[in-house]
Design a protein. Structure first.
Length: 473
């Protein structure tokens, strides 16, 4: 075969190509006339290699991570690869079951940097050395033409949205999810600022900043925060009542009342998209201080983004509720032994007091009035004890009628006073409790401190119950 003629015939039309994709497709189509190989060209688009042209095959990989497969290895190294037996190469990505050999060469820009690869795979005997040289010559000419046309194709907005959707789905926390959603909104819309307003127990609020906001975004946040829950509620209500809205980039037309805080912030272009359900959702605001004219496709993409973000947020909140249920006592709602064990391992010697609490006469209530009465007693007592504790103090249920409070104090007598407040709170419910107090010694395990608190508690029991005792130092 005359390989000079192959190069000449394959590249003759390259100067007429008007796009990088067109140049790749012409190259693959013309080259296929000279060899039965499965041929493909993959170019870098964002963080992956995307197949932009290929001959027919059992399977064509649409995108490949930059370091995956032989194509990824060639792209990452910038060095050609000739594989005489693909079954012996651990990086081979199977395209057809009968492929035996592969040649992959980098497509380089004029500076010698890889922008993609040209890949050929055969299922029959072939002279590899001349084809490797020919593939390298074709890739060089193709790379030059691609760069003359402005480089590899840009990532489409739909592809951007899919990439960001993956990031939102895998976000481990609400903060990470919000950061991913805000980044996606800016990237896909090409507008400069994005803010989420989400519902809460006290009404809608501006979502926390997910990084260092730009100047416009900072102004938007300040104006919306100052406006308060009333105007924010109207902004969210408008979005859910009427659906998505966007400006037409026309100057001199007054905004509706709901958008006045945004105008004060300097917004001149806005896309407003409802997020989640009307009763608990919010609104995604994507804005710019330039006077632009968003198209309906931009709005549609923002609607898809908002739906994906809410789905990911709902999943995170569901997981959080399940974790809370798994770590909480189902009767009283108090945390139980698992979280308690973690907490006492962080006890500070001389500062963290453990208050072991036992309900006096609880067995008699169960035996006399039944377990439902006992359950009601425990729930009411748990609420009373919680109400008597300070902000930051923690109450755990670690057994049937056994509770432990973990509190931070400056002196042992402070812990005793708080324990006495608990006994007073219990009396107001018509019941009494016995409380043992212990503070950890330096180097003492939390379990040992709890045993000393239990010993003090049983000393109270032996001396008539309904009281407090501090364990010996």
């Amino acid at each position: 075969m005359d390989h000079d003629r192959v190069v000449r015939d394959v590249t003759v039309r390259l100067p007429m190509a008007s796009t990088a994709v067109e140049a790749c497709r012409w190259t693959v189509t013309a080259l296929a006339r000279y060899t039965p190989a499965t041929i493909s060209v993959l170019l870098q688009v964002h963080d992956r290699l995307r197949c932009v042209a290929a001959t027919g095959a059992w399977q064509v990989f649409s995108t490949v991570p930059p370091k995956s497969g032989i194509v990824g290895r060639v792209y990452a190294s910038g060095e050609s690869a000739t594989v005489t037996d693909v079954t012996q190469d651990p990086d081979y990505l199977p395209v057809r079951p009968d492929v035996t050999t592969e040649i992959c060469v980098p497509v380089l820009d004029p500076a010698g940097r890889p922008i993609g690869v040209l890949d050929l795979q055969w299922s029959e005997p072939v002279e590899l050395a001349p084809w490797r040289a020919t593939a390298a010559r074709l890739a060089a000419r193709l790379g030059a033409r691609i760069m003359a046309l402005g480089g590899p194709p840009a990532e489409s907005r739909s592809e951007k949205l899919l990439r960001h959707a993956t990031a939102m789905t895998s976000a481990p926390t609400e903060w990470d999810l919000m950061a991913a959603a805000i980044t996606a909104a800016r990237d896909v819309s090409t507008l400069s600022a994005a803010v989420l307003v989400l519902g809460g127990r006290r009404g809608p609020r501006v979502g926390d900043p997910t990084g260092v906001p730009g100047e416009l975004e900072a102004r938007i946040r300040a104006e919306l925060t100052e406006a308060g829950t009333g105007p924010l509620g109207r902004l969210v209500g408008r979005a859910h009542r009427h659906g998505s809205a966007y400006t037409l980039g026309e100057a001199g037309l007054p905004p509706t009342e709901e958008y006045e805080p945004l105008v004060r912030a300097g917004v001149r272009t806005l896309v407003s998209v409802p997020v989640g359900p009307p009763d608990s959702g919010g609104v995604l605001l994507v804005a710019d201080e330039r006077l632009l004219r968003p198209d309906p496709t931009t709005v549609n993409l923002m609607e898809l983004l908002a739906g994906q973000a809410w789905g990911a947020l709902d999943r995170l909140r569901t997981l959080a509720r399940l974790r809370e249920q798994a770590s909480s006592d189902p009767l009283t709602g108090l945390r139980h032994t698992g979280p308690f064990g973690q907490r006492i391992r962080t006890a500070t010697p001389g500062r963290t007091a453990l208050l072991a609490i036992d309900v006096d006469g609880f067995k008699t209530v169960n035996d006399t009035y039944g377990h439902q009465a006992g359950d009601r007693l425990l729930v009411g007592l748990a609420r009373a004890l919680e109400g008597a504790l300070r902000q930051g103090d923690e109450l755990y249920r670690i057994g049937g009628d056994e509770f432990v409070a973990v509190i931070e104090v400056s002196r042992p007598d402070e812990a005793v006073r708080i324990a006495e407040r608990l006994t007073e709170a219990a009396r107001r419910t018509g019941r009494t409790i016995s409380v043992g107090v212990a503070l950890p010694h330096p180097g003492e395990p939390g379990e040992a401190t709890l045993r000393r608190a239990d010993q003090a508690l049983y000393a109270v029991k032996r001396h008539g119950r309904d009281g407090v005792r501090l364990a010996a130092a």
